[in-house]
Design a binder for this molecule. Structure first.
Ligand code: AMP
Length: 155
């Protein structure tokens, strides 16, 4: 264990920066293609999707990683992740849904506000590279609309 780590694994080299990209999206300072929002959570399209329909779910509470958030905030986030994953599955006729959550840059995390990736998967379709290619914003707007429609259908 390094000197800076503690038993909970909380210190993954990054303290929470309230000016990170996702905190700015929550505050409305940056735009996002939102699909779902409630008191505790927000879901929006990943701007560099690894597959069509790649969606992110975040808590509104600030925390860089899974060790940084209260159990209550995590419960709200995973509940929203399940709801959004179900809508993404329906909207993209996905055979499977992959849910990913990275903690620390060594694990590949690049935005240090906790988030769950929701990725629709179909046999024979590989994931694109992480954090690389941006997609036409009209396409992202259309995909967000498809997911919102599926959420409405689910009630
Ligand atoms: P991670 O590498 O797990 O921290 O994931 C960060 C994700 O955020 C990547 O998949 C990026 O494509 C995505 N991303 C970065 N900036 C934005 C943004 N402004 N809006 C939506 N997604 C973003």
């Amino acid at each position: 264990m390094s000197d800076s780590a503690n038993d909970s694994g909380r210190d993954l080299e990054n303290s929470y920066d309230p000016d990170n990209i996702f905190a700015k999206i929550i505050r409305g300072e940056l735009p996002a293609f939102k699909v779902y929002e409630d008191e505790h959570t927000l879901a929006f399209m990943d701007i560099m999707p690894q597959v069509e329909g790649h969606t992110l779910v975040i808590p509104k509470a600030g925390g860089a990683n899974i060790f940084d958030l209260s159990d209550e905030a995590l419960r709200a986030t995973i509940t929203t992740t399940k709801k959004v994953a179900s809508a993404v599955k329906q909207a993209f006729s996905a055979e499977g849904i992959m849910i990913a959550q990275l903690n620390g840059s060594a694990a590949g995390q690049t935005v240090f506000h906790l988030h769950f990736h929701v990725l629709p998967r179909n046999a024979g379709i590989e994931l694109g590279l992480h954090n690389r290619l941006t997609v036409d914003h009209e396409v992202l707007a259309k995909h967000a609309e498809q997911i919102r429609a599926a959420l409405e259908t689910a009630g």
